[in-house]
Design a protein around this ligand. Structure first.
Ligand SMILES: [Zn+2]
Length: 152
C-alpha cells in the first residue's frame, strides 16, 4: 500500500501564510508638519500575507522560505540599510553625493509607511507571480506602536 499525504480539509477556511521580514532604513516625510520632516530611521517590520487558490500537496500555501528569498532578497538589496527618498525631495541631490554602499532608493511617492506598504504589496506580487500565490496584505511596522495595513 502506498502512503498518501493527507491534508486537513480547509474548504471552509481562509488560509494565509505570513512571513515577517525586518529591515533598517532611513527616510523623511517631505512637508511633514513636525519631526518626521527630518531625516531619521526605523527598524521596519514587514508582514507579507500570502494566499493560494489551494494548498499544495504538502498542505502549504507556499514555503515560507520562498517569500523570504524572493521578497526578503529584494528588500535586502534595495531597502535594507538604505535611505528611502521621494524623487521630489529637495534634499535628494545632496544625499546622492554621500559616500555609501548603496545609492538612495528613490521612489515616486513620499515615503510614508502607507505608501511604502502599498508599493511593497505590488512588488511582492510581481516577485511571487510564478509561485501560485497572491499577496493579499502588507502590514508594515514603523515602530513598535505604529503600523499600517494595505490589502487588496
Ligand atoms: Zn519615519
Amino acid at each position: 500500500m502506498t502512503s498518501k499525504l493527507v491534508t486537513h480539509s480547509t474548504t471552509n477556511y481562509v488560509t494565509e501564510c505570513v512571513r515577517i521580514i525586518k529591515f533598517d532604513a532611513g527616510h523623511r516625510v517631505v512637508n511633514h508638519e513636525s519631526k518626521c520632516r527630518t531625516l531619521h530611521g526605523h527598524e521596519y517590520r514587514a508582514e507579507i500575507f500570502a494566499r493560494a487558490a489551494r494548498l499544495d500537496d504538502l498542505g502549504r500555501v507556499i514555503d515560507f522560505g520562498v517569500i523570504k528569498s524572493k521578497v526578503g532578497g529584494w528588500i535586502d538589496e534595495n531597502w535594507d540599510h538604505n535611505m528611502l527618498l521621494w524623487s521630489q525631495d529637495p534634499n535628494l541631490p545632496l544625499i546622492n553625493q554621500c559616500e555609501g554602499a548603496k545609492k538612495p532608493y528613490v521612489t515616486e511617492f513620499n515615503t510614508t509607511a502607507e505608501n511604502l506598504a502599498a508599493f511593497l504589496l505590488q512588488k511582492a506580487n510581481e516577485l511571487l507571480a510564478g509561485d501560485g500565490v497572491t499577496v493579499t496584505k502588507i502590514k508594515l511596522w514603523e515602530t513598535q506602536n505604529c503600523y499600517v495595513e494595505v490589502s487588496l
